[in-house]
Design a binder for this molecule. Sequence first.
Ligand code: NAD
Length: 255
Amino acid sequence: MPPSSKVAFISGGGSGIGRASALAFARLGHAVMIGDADAAAAAATAKEITEAGGSAAGVQVDVSDEGQVRDAVDATVSEFGRLDSAVNSAGIQGELGPAGECSTPNWELTLAVNLTGTFLCMREQIRVMLPQGAGSIVNISSNFGLVGKKGIPAYCASKHGVIGLTKSAALDYAAHGIRINTVCPGPTTTPMFDKIVEESGDRARTMLQEVESSVPMGRLGMADDIAAAVTWLCSDAASFVTGTAMPVDGGFVVG
Ligand code: NAD
């Protein structure tokens, strides 16, 4: 593994897309701070990286808590000295059901984690990147941030919100060396996705087939497919890319 010169912070880095992104940044030689509400999961990803010869640490953070997010970003700078790339991947699906039956607690929790959590992380990351005059942030939205989906109104609203938030912030900081983009994954094999399939019980097999056939490329995404787009967006190869909402979904949103 090359020596660490750049630093990445990944929210939700204990699992799925966040974990794959953390490992991908580590392979590129970044030191990585893994933030997750699940402290053991954050520590496990950090251990995986350090055992492979990289630099990493884990920090417990609930992204919907302003103080915890500030502390986690400060911990990144204390530990590794700067912040070059940030990925805001922490997210929840929330409860399933039509908009007319969506409870206020479900609405508020889903928005608090997926949208406010992304905002709080991004605000603290910008605070560090601004004096550096450089940095790249990738917020993880969803294919359901670009198109509607029955039965997940709060999730859909939060993910559409992440794209609007990203576009506005990208314009605010375009002239300050900070690029801010969104990746919109399609259905991707991760613990979150596997749990949704499991919870469909007897329908699990049929549901999986339906999801696969809804993707024009005929397969689910892998967490590494999403991580590849994330690391590209944070790389110098994407130096003229900001404010975009990039689907990585096997053609789902154009199908
Ligand atoms: P995952 O459940 O495998 O990982 C999510 C991680 O976020 C977990 O480690 C969890 O502990 C953490 N987390 C949850 N709430 C948190 C909080 N309040 N504070 C800090 N950490 C918290 O899920 P995933 O599939 O890797 O999803 C990652 C992101 O990708 C999410 O934003 C999700 O909405 C989005 N996404 C996933 C898919 C998919 O099919 N898997 C599709 C589109 C978008």
